[in-house]
Design a protein around this ligand. Structure first.
Ligand SMILES: Cc1cc2nc3c(=O)[nH]c(=O)nc-3n(C[C@H](O)[C@H](O)[C@H](O)COP(=O)(O)OP(=O)(O)OC[C@H]3O[C@@H](n4cnc5c(N)ncnc54)[C@H](O)[C@@H]3O)c2cc1C
Length: 378
């Protein structure tokens, strides 16, 4: 998947694995080198250092949502808490610690903001289709997505996982072992046999993960401003480092960067087919129009932002699954394949946390949750 036209976020992924020969057979194949796949690969090797792990990534690591995210670390899931989910933020922090990953994690809390029901002493007062004010604080914070992708990649490779960038899994024959048809650099249609597979392909390859009929791929946008002065950040009430998101529409979220710049995000492009991702261009058509609208909203939010310069514009894929619940289940065609994703734009902490859980499930050490119908009768 070419992502050169999705724009450039303000962080860098400074780790790329050394490429070795593609093996004929592995114990565990992980498809997708985002937060989910890299976390699972690192944890598989941590638990089972004697077993082989190969990650196949179509682009470079972080080429999908993980490198193009906003980096807010949120509790629970987009559908709230789910049976057996546990504490996502504690599990996320513990996984970073256990895998020795420095993702610049900070958890000062998150502002929920909205156009009604504000706190009487709301420190926030912005203008965006009404008066946007603070409604409550919830647990959460931010990471540096470049550091998180790089750190997870380094951790997985350091533990002996083989990571193949620019290598796509085109097809899987669901036999025992499964046979993966792998295409990419020096691998024109190679077959790799895998005893177990994790599909961590998020909004792409939806036929492979059997999600084409069950989840909707979308493209969403973000921009980063040039660094603001401390006075500007104080005026905006963003100096504390607490990110925010709206709980009503039109949707808007934002977070402070270490540089003093702020990332704002909003907007959804609807796709009929995930292959349309390859055509999306941050500077053209509907995406460019949505970006211009976002920029206008940001400048109108507060006098401190009226003349702000935008340094980065980008977008990336998200996958909305049924009931906004993440998909975490066996592949219908094999008990040895797990599908994990569909975080509905709420996957930074969750992907790393569930990636570890998926690794444990692949090793038979933990059961999968049953979220397919959770909440439907509630
Ligand atoms: C603009 C934006 C802002 C966001 N902001 C936030 C936020 O602030 N907080 C939050 O919690 N969530 C946010 N999200 C969502 C979050 O980033 C994602 O949920 C998370 O990154 C998903 O990680 P992943 O590893 O599952 O998927 P991805 O990072 O998309 O990884 C999937 C990978 O699979 C690869 N792939 C696909 N098919 C194949 C194949 N056949 N063979 C090999 N490789 C393949 C892709 O190239 C890709 O790299 C945001 C998303 C976007 C786009």
């Amino acid at each position: 998947m070419s992502i050169t036209r999705w724009g450039n976020p303000p962080w860098i992924i400074d780790f790329h694995p050394t490429r070795g020969p593609i093996p004929d057979e592995v114990d565990f194949a992980v498809i997708g080198g985002g937060f989910t796949g890299l976390s699972a690969a690192a944890w598989l090797r941590q638990m089972e250092p004697g077993k082989s792990v190969a990650v196949f990534e179509s682009g470079s690591i972080g080429a999908g949502a993980s490198g193009h995210t906003g980096g807010m670390t949120l509790a629970e899931t987009a559908a709230g808490d789910l049976p057996g989910l546990g504490d996502v933020l504690s599990g996320f922090s513990a996984t970073l610690r256990d895998l020795a990953v420095d993702g610049d994690l900070s958890l000062p809390g998150v502002w929920e903001v909205g156009r009604s029901g504000a706190l009487p002493d709301s420190p926030i007062s912005w203008t965006d289709s009404g008066n946007l004010r603070a409604i409550r604080q919830v647990p959460g914070g931010t990471i540096d997505p470049g550091k998180l992708v790089s750190g997870l990649g380094r951790s997985a490779a350091g533990r002996g996982a083989l990571i193949f960038e620019n290598t796509t899994v085109e097809d899987i024959a669901f036999e025992e072992p499964m046979r993966l048809n792998v295409v990419g650099l020096n691998a024109a249609g190679r077959e790799v046999r895998a005893k177990s597979v994790l599909l961590a392909t998020n909004a792409m390859s939806l036929e492979l993960s059997d999600l084409a009929e069950r989840a909707q791929p979308k493209f969403t946008l973000a921009l980063a401003t040039e660094p603001l002065s401390s006075a500007q950040l104080e005026n905006l009430c963003l100096a504390s480092g607490k990110p925010f998101y709206t709980i009503d529409f039109p949707y808007l979220w934002g977070r402070l960067l270490r540089t003093g710049g702020i990332v704002f995000g909003s907007g959804l492009v609807h796709l009929n087919d995930w292959r349309e991702f390859a055509e999306l261009d941050i500077a053209q058509g509907e995406v460019a129009e949505l970006m211009a609208r976002l920029e206008l909203r940001v400048r109108g939010l507060h006098s401190s932002l009226k003349n702000v310069q935008v340094s980065n514009r980008w977008g990336g894929p998200i996958l909305i699954a049924s009931g906004w619940r993440p998909v975490f289940s066996r592949h219908p065609r094999s008990a040895h394949a797990i599908v994990l994703g569909g975080y509905s734009g709420h996957g930074v902490a969750l992907s790393v946390y569930l990636g570890r859980w998926a690794a444990e499930a692949l090793c038979g050490r933990r059961a999968l949750p049953d979220w397919d119908s959770a909440g439907e009768t509630a």
